[in-house]
Design a binder for this molecule. Structure first.
Ligand SMILES: Cc1cc2nc3c(=O)[nH]c(=O)nc-3n(C[C@H](O)[C@H](O)[C@H](O)COP(=O)(O)OP(=O)(O)OC[C@H]3O[C@@H](n4cnc5c(N)ncnc54)[C@H](O)[C@@H]3O)c2cc1C
Length: 356
């Protein structure tokens, strides 16, 4: 890995930076916190939870030790509650694209959006890569400057945004897409119209949301169009209409002031592959003692790592995060005693957890 020195006056100093707020990144913060190491977390998504929130928020998980059944969302909420005592700064909506070793042995990290850190240890908990929304590949998309296509919304959409009087079109069939349509159709002051465009009359949103969605269609507060978007009509940088091909073969043009493209996420390994770390296909090679990469001080945990016998399971990631935290503690605070202590009986750990 290249060494460099730049005057980074704006870089935030932290002991540890965790790249990825999936279940393993979140538990990494917990294990570091128990050892007295403060961490900051960065994720490309607007919410924590990684695959659990992005891919199966409302589906059940049955193999988390001690929790017989919980959804992806519940697991995320429990992990966030568990790390709350350590008050980690969470930087959501940021893609880490730069990681370099500094001459003092620490690391300098930057996001595409311009955040910078300097830290002593890096934990890559990047799963299958940075999740980012699938982009619309339609003529005219690049010409829109006034009311750009929205790819990420608060969940569900923040209806306090000024959609009043606007023709809103939502692309997609996910929970996010249909509950955003519902939220907008019920918001006051109301939009001029709320339409959903999807290619089939079968949706991936949860059953309760689908039922409400179908009711709203019957009542006329949401219009459903089955077909594919074919072009965007843009005038003076403003999106004014969406052209579509209906499944019955007819072409249609819908007026459009706000276009929300909520057509799912795709993971991009992206910059991670360029950080000079030894890789095994699309995974980062680690040892099974410290879960350290080929670069001392950079650890990789969860789905992103590879070692003999690796299983991509959340509980395996929790174990990896635990050993990585102990290894990093020795590196960051070599002078301290790192003997194992139990949360049940250690007053120090209980102090750190804020329960004493
Ligand atoms: C449908 C489905 C069901 C599953 N069911 C189970 C189950 O029952 N039990 C089980 O144990 N496992 C299950 N899994 C697998 C489990 O979800 C993963 O093992 C787990 O999410 C891995 O956690 P992670 O924290 O390593 O990575 P992820 O959850 O993938 O999170 C990684 C995060 O890092 C972010 N990121 C990556 N690169 C960057 C970057 N450069 N900058 C900023 N952010 C970045 C990503 O956006 C993402 O949010 C399931 C997976 C799927 C898809």
């Amino acid at each position: 890995m290249a060494h460099h020195s730049t005057g980074q006056a704006t870089a935030v100093q932290t002991d540890a930076l965790v790249i990825g707020a999936g279940p393993v990144g979140l538990f990494q913060v917990f294990e570091l916190g128990l050892l007295g190491i403060s961490a900051q977390v960065v994720d490309s998504l607007p919410q924590a939870g990684g695959q659990c929130m992005a891919l199966y928020a409302d589906k059940p998980i049955y193999d988390i030790p001690g929790i017989a059944r919980c959804t992806g969302r519940e697991l995320t909420e429990r992990l966030l509650a568990q790390i709350a005592p350590f008050k980690p700064a969470m930087h959501l909506g940021h893609i880490v694209n730069h990681l370099q070793r500094k001459p003092d042995g620490g690391f300098s990290i930057r996001t595409e959006q311009g955040l910078q850190w300097e830290c002593k240890a890096v934990f890559i908990a990047a799963g299958v890569g940075a999740f980012s929304p699938k982009k619309l590949k339609l003529d005219g998309a690049l010409a829109i400057t006034v009311n750009p296509v929205q790819y990420q919304v608060q969940y569900p959409v923040d209806s306090s945004r000024p959609y009043a009087g606007q023709h809103v079109i939502i692309l997609g069939d996910s929970e996010e897409a249909l509950s955003s349509a519902l939220a907008l159709s019920q918001s006051t002051p109301a939009p001029a119209s709320v339409s959903v465009l999807y290619r089939r009359d079968v949706f991936t949103a949860g059953p309760a949301t689908i039922e409400q969605f179908r009711n709203a269609i019957r009542q006329g507060s949401i219009a459903l169009h089955l077909g594919q978007a074919t072009a965007l009509k843009v005038e003076n940088g403003r999106l004014i209409a969406l052209q579509l091909m209906s499944n019955d073969g007819s072409e249609l043009q819908l007026p459009c002031d706000a276009l929300l493209s909520l057509q799912g996420l795709s993971p991009q390994l992206g910059p991670l592959a360029d950080w000079g770390l030894a890789m095994e296909r699309k995974q980062i090679q680690v040892d099974t003692e410290k879960f350290e990469t080929s670069e001392p001080g950079i650890y990789a945990v969860g789905d992103i790592n590879h070692y003999a016998g690796k299983q991509k399971l959340i509980l395996c990631g929790f174990h990896e995060a635990t050993l990585a935290a102990f290894a990093a503690a020795v590196r960051i605070r070599p002078q301290d005693n790192h003997a194992l202590q139990y949360t049940t009986s250690s007053s120090l750990l209980q102090q750190r957890l804020g329960v004493r």
